[in-house]
Design a protein. Sequence first.
Length: 137
Amino acid sequence: MMADDRSNDAFDISKRIGFAGWPTTEATELWAPLITGTQDWVNRCSSTIYSLNKQWMDFFQKRVEQDFALPQHIMSCRTPVEVWSVYTDFLQKAAADYQTEFSELGKLDIIVGSEVATQSPKKKTSRVEEFRRSALQ
């Protein structure tokens, strides 16, 4: 049985995709600032999305509890006026809760969105600038 010989050109991916003159470590180092910056940005965005979703789910849980309690409140009423009063109080509170929550989510979104948009990745331009200078010469 022949040994698995991968020393020929068929297994050298760098030659097939056009990086024949670049050693793999140099190509990796060239892209490192972009990869690092992108990872940092994705981490910030992920934490932002998590905080927005957590706030929404906390609110939603409270509202669902209040929604499921409504039938019990209505069943405990003795007159149509009491039913009307319980139902209007419920609707007014629900509208106020949703208005407050959407306002809070909007504020959080504006604050978080501006943080993510204004923060730029950390710049490590040494290898990139070196490559640019060599390409221009």
